[in-house]
Design a protein around this ligand. Structure first.
Ligand SMILES: [Cu+2]
Length: 123
């Protein structure tokens, strides 16, 4: 029983140190006029945590899951986000999610959604 408690405590310490040192994204993702268009281009986020994009340009943009195009499960599609506005999704399951702007096909970004517990490879 004592060893089990030690293991649980060790896991908590590991998770806490990972949080402090990781590059996981807490700030909104910015939509921009110039490359890489979405900043950061590849955003690492926790699963289940809301993700926000902010449009600080003078033009409308969108955030659309690439799977919306292929006919697979379309997990997010902002439609047009006007200048000064933002778009937030409640969070995603772990995985890799390429996305694009429906209005400007040159704009593309990627979300990497990480599972917060039991993930040790980034330490
Ligand atoms: Cu755009």
């Amino acid at each position: 029983m004592k060893s089990a408690l030690v293991v649980v405590f060790g896991a908590l310490v590991t998770v806490n140190s990972f949080s402090a040192e990781s590059t996981l994204q807490n700030d909104p993702i910015l939509m921009e006029h110039w490359p890489p268009y979405y900043r950061p281009l590849v955003a690492y986020v926790w699963s289940g945590v809301p993700i926000q994009w902010v449009n600080k340009t003078a033009s409308p943009h969108s955030v659309r899951d690439d799977d919306c195009v292929t006919g697979e499960t379309c997990l997010f599609d902002s439609r047009s986000v006007r200048p000064g506005e933002s778009y937030t999704i409640p969070g995603l399951p772990p995985g890799r999610y390429p996305y694009h702007c429906e209005l400007h096909p040159i704009m593309g970004g990627t979300l990497i959604v990480e599972k917060p517990v039991g993930k040790t490879s980034l330490q």
